[in-house]
Design a protein around this ligand. Structure first.
Ligand SMILES: C[S@@+](CC[C@H](N)C(=O)[O-])C[C@H]1O[C@@H](n2cnc3c(N)ncnc32)[C@H](O)[C@@H]1O
Length: 270
């Protein structure tokens, strides 16, 4: 069965010029709904990732020992990833555009005695010095809410030669199977893959949010090559078999059959 006719890419792209303020407002308004999730994640003994809780033991997104590493989280939200890096003895900076999300992050970091420098700002243009970090990470932060061409170039600038960037976001397949009204993903192609740029979720009928970005896999690869990043690993994530229900508009059964999330591991050459 064919779903609703997909919007033309140009029509969607034309809706997004003010995505930074749209996303900031959306996250300030939604921040209170993420406090419990944040407390739970900060308190975990070992990290779990993404919407479906895949474990760090399987994925290895963080260096095990981060002693002596300067790390930055781009679009840190409630800061639990930064908390995990602090626990691994990294010196951590975390930037987010939402004052309310940062208020949650700062309050929980204080409860945990974490020593993290939180900054309010745009991860596409941090204002931080060149080559000041060894490791950068984004889990559903800049990785989906920032324009890829902008935040990836900024991450490159911030990293030292040999530095690593790891980022997690939605798999492109989950976007093309998502109806344009924001209702849960189906076993149907709802949007074109060709020329994918992301989606404007601000005016959808089901749970409106902000403007998110994604690219086809070949476009991600072309962009990394253009910037100079080497891809060291690419992971496609599925929901663990014991997961049920629907999360972030994706049914668990869908996410067990198709890759729901992707993780790119990049390296800035020496
Ligand atoms: C899903 S949350 C971050 C994920 C984090 N792991 C968490 O769950 O707390 C997304 C965050 O991206 C932030 N964000 C969106 N656009 C941003 C931008 N241009 N610069 C920095 N942060 C941004 C939002 O304010 C929000 O806090």
């Amino acid at each position: 069965m064919i779903g609703q006719a997909p919007l033309k890419i140009e029509e969607e792209a034309a809706m997004t010029p003010n995505y930074l303020s749209i996303n900031k407002d959306a996250w300030n308004a939604d921040a209170a709904n993420w406090v419990d999730f944040a407390k739970n994640h900060w308190a975990l003994e070992a990290p779990v990732w993404g919407t479906w809780g895949n474990t760090e033991a399987e994925l290895h997104l963080l260096p095990e020992d981060m002693t002596g590493l300067e790390a930055i989280e781009l679009g840190c939200g409630t800061g639990y990833v930064s908390g995990w890096m602090d626990r691994r003895s990294a010196q951590v900076t975390a930037i987010d555009i939402s004052r309310e999300q940062l208020a949650t992050a700062r309050a929980i970091a204080k409860e945990h005695g974490a020593d993290i420098t939180f900054l309010e700002g745009n991860a596409e243009a941090t204002g931080l010095p060149d080559a000041s970090f060894d490791f950068a990470i984004s889990e559903y932060g800049a990785s989906i809410w920032c324009a890829p061409d902008k935040w990836l170039r900024e991450a490159w600038r911030l990293l030292r030669p040999g530095g690593r960037l790891v980022f997690l976001g939605n798999h492109p397949l989950s976007l093309i199977c998502s109806p344009v009204d924001g209702s849960p993903a189906e076993w149907t192609l709802h949007r074109p893959y060709r020329e994918m740029w992301g989606a404007d979720w601000t005016k959808v009928a089901f749970e409106p949010t902000g403007v998110c970005f994604n690219l086809t896999i070949s476009s991600w690869m072309d962009l990394f090559a253009d910037i100079g990043f080497a891809v060291t690993k690419y992971q496609e994530l599925y929901a663990p078999e014991d997961q049920m229900g629907t999360r972030a508009a994706i049914p668990a059964d869908w996410a067990k059959s198709y890759p729901v999330e992707q993780v790119w591991h990049l390296r800035k050459p020496e």
